[in-house]
Structures are given as structure tokens and as C-alpha cells.
Design a protein around this ligand. Structure first.
Ligand code: DGY
Length: 351
């Protein structure tokens, strides 16, 4: 699909985006916008190369997806096609070799901020669904297994006043912490490179409010190590970037440190958990519960994972609210338009 056939700057959009504002922004910058309608759900490197250099045309900018591997080769191709900007339709940028892009003079943009609350909401939803066995119970009903109320039927974990451990207390981790703390009076512990004074103060204020009503207060503390967090927390939620440091952060040894009736949530990136180790762990510990939005090798899953009753699995939808997905599109387009007007992109990966 091509918009503004005679636009002076050619922008390739590798997958159609929701909303209309993003297109208006690109058209206002006099871009010729080409939305790829390729039959492959996930575009290969070869297809992307062809899109960029199609008919020997120039390509000034690209809005791409986290399912694409933007490596040195693709950035060289974009550079050769006259490109100066790549805008990732995601806040995460583990699919983008930012150093290679910089080497080829390509500015990289991403879409932070607009997905903070939506992603935290999904993490909270998975926490409740997993701990209270909601999806397992739904399956049970649909199979016609319900014979009537019983004291031991589908008993799960109460979350109120529990300790929630957050790995990666940035924007999304902090929003999730607020939801769990304000909604359910959970105590928060977190692990991050930085001290999150803002979150700590926010929760300290909330605690004073609770105490002023005669209720038990809540706490928010940065712990010394991931190990300490795993041993202490009743719920562990991952909100860190995927990097060399966080690859398989939760491996077999670390999973074994967790409480056997804890709940583990991953709305960050799949490879932060060793998925084979997790599958074994879920099989061996039926009271351990898990909620996953992301997988090591999407769209595949480790064999056996989908047979575990104690895991809730959803298809990478943490940012999937219409408001957020349209907002991401607007930001992605604004990044491209800014660069094509020789201005810095609005949002770029913080490395
Ligand atoms: C992101 O933006 O990084 C999410 O994983 C997709 O919403």
C-alpha cells in the first residue's frame, strides 16, 4: 500500500500500524509511505532488503518491528539506499544492533512511555490469573469437570500483603509495583542497577496514608542481589531489558532458589529465563505458578510448556491496548519525521 506516491522521502513501514495519526505525521513531512503487505507474517532479512532497495529506489527511513533482526547487514543496506533513520515499533531494542546503526549513520528511535501502564496492567493480570489459577479453572469448566463447590477446589495464593520482587525497576517495573502495592498492599523489593528513590518515596507516602487509616503499612526496598530477591519474594516479576547480563538470568540454579509456591511473571523478554529449565521446574513443582507473555524463541515454545497446568501463556500482548499501540505508532512516525527534518529523533534507546 502506497500513500503520497510523489512524496520526496521514501519511508518503508514493514507492518501496517494501528491508528491514523502516524500516517498523518509522515504525510505532513512529505513522505512517500509504503506499507508492506508481504504474505510472510515475520519478514526475513532478504525480504526486508528487497523492500528497501525495491526497483533501485531510495529508502530514507524505516519503521520496523521487534520480530525483525536489524543487524549490520540491514543497516548497511539502509545506508546504501540513502536512509538515515530506523524507528523500532517497540520500547525494547534487543532486535536492533544500535552500534552498527550508528556506524552507518542511521539514527535509531524507539517508543517508550506510552506502553508503561498497559504493560504493567498485563503483568498484574498475569499475576492474578496465575496465582488464582483463573485460566486453569476456566479450562476445567469448559471440560465439564465441575461437580460442585468444594473446599479444596482450585485453591491458589492470596496476594494481599505478600512480598513482590521486581527485577528491573524502570518505568514499567515501577508502574507494576504501584499496582501491586496500592491495589493489594504488597511489600515491594526490587533489584536494579540504580536506586529508585522516586518509587521508594511514592510507596513510603502510600504507607503513611495506610497507617493514618489504622492499617498496616507497606515497604519498598532495593535488595542487594537477585538471589536475595528470589529467595524472599512470593511473586517475582521481570521488567529488565534483554542484554548479555540478563540472558538466562533465571536459570535452573536461580529458579531453585525461589519459593516452591511462588508466582513468576515475564513480560520483559523470553531469553531472560532459561525456558527449558523453567518447563522442568513447572513440571516438578505444581504449586509454583507462572505467567508468560514472552518466549525464548518466539513464536515457538519449549515442548511441554503448554502442557503445564500451572502456567498462563499469552502471545506477547503486554502492550496490546488500542491506545498504546496507536501511541507507539505516533511516536515511531514522529521519530522518523524528526530525523528526516534533520532533527534528533524524539526517543532513542538509552545505551
Ligand atoms: C516492546 O515494546 O518492547 C514490547 O515488547 C512490545 O510491545
Amino acid at each position: 500500500v502506497v500513500h503520497n506516491e510523489n512524496g520526496s522521502k521514501r519511508v518503508v513501514v514493514t507492518k501496517d500500524l494501528p491508528g491514523t495519526r502516524w500516517l498523518e505525521i509522515l504525510l505532513a513531512a512529505n513522505c512517500r509511505v509504503e506499507i508492506c503487505a508481504h504474505e510472510d507474517f515475520i519478514l526475513s532479512q532478504t525480504t526486508i532488503k528487497t523492500l528497501m532497495s525495491e526497483g533501485m529506489r531510495q529508502c530514507h527511513g524505516v519503521i520496523g518491528q521487534l520480530t525483525e533482526d536489524w543487524d549490520d547487514e540491514l543497516f548497511a543496506e539502509l545506508h546504501n539506499a540513502g536512509g538515515s533513520v530506523f524507528s523500532n515499533y517497540a520500547v525494547g531494542y534487543n532486535n536492533v544492533d544500535v552500534k552498527a546503526a550508528t556506524k552507518h549513520g542511521i539514527a535509531v528511535g524507539n517508543t517508550p512511555g506510552v506502553l508503561t501502564e498497559t504493560t504493567a496492567e498485563l503483568a498484574a493480570s498475569l499475576t492474578f490469573a496465575a496465582a488464582r489459577r483463573v485460566v486453569e479453572a476456566d479450562r476445567y469448566m469448559r471440560k465439564g469437570l465441575y461437580l460442585g463447590w468444594a473446599p479444596t477446589l482450585m485453591v491458589g495464593q492470596l496476594l494481599q500483603h505478600k512480598t513482590v520482587g521486581i527485577i528491573g525497576a524502570g518505568r514499567i517495573g515501577s508502574a507494576y509495583a504501584r499496582m501491586m502495592c496500592e491495589g493489594h498492599k504488597c511489600n515491594i523489593i526490587y533489584q536494579d542497577l540504580y536506586q529508585n528513590k522516586f518509587l521508594e518515596d511514592y510507596i513510603a507516602d502510600y504507607s503513611k496514608f495506610l497507617e493514618s487509616k489504622g492499617e498496616k503499612g507497606v515497604t519498598c526496598t532495593k535488595v542487594e542481589s537477585v538471589e536475595e530477591l528470589l529467595q524472599t519474594a512470593d511473586v517475582v516479576s521481570l521488567h529488565c531489558n534483554l542484554s548479555e547480563d540478563t540472558y538466562h538470568l533465571l536459570n535452573e540454579d536461580r529458579l531453585n532458589m525461589m519459593k516452591k509456591d511462588a508466582t513468576l511473571i515475564n513480560c520483559a523478554r523470553g531469553p531472560v529465563i532459561d525456558e527449558v529449565a523453567l518447563t522442568n521446574f513447572l513440571q516438578a513443582n505444581e504449586n509454583f505458578r507462572c505467567g508468560l507473555d514472552v518466549y525464548e524463541d518466539e513464536p515457538n515454545m519449549t515442548p511441554g510448556l503448554d502442557h503445564c497446568e500451572n502456567v498462563v501463556i499469552v502471545p506477547h500482548i503486554a502492550s496490546a491496548s488500542l491506545w498504546t499501540r496507536s501511541g507507539m505508532a505516533t511516536l515511531a512516525a514522529a521519530n522518523v519525521a524528526a530525523r528526516l527534518r534533520n532533527k534528533p529523533v524524539y526517543n532513542k534507546p538509552d545505551i
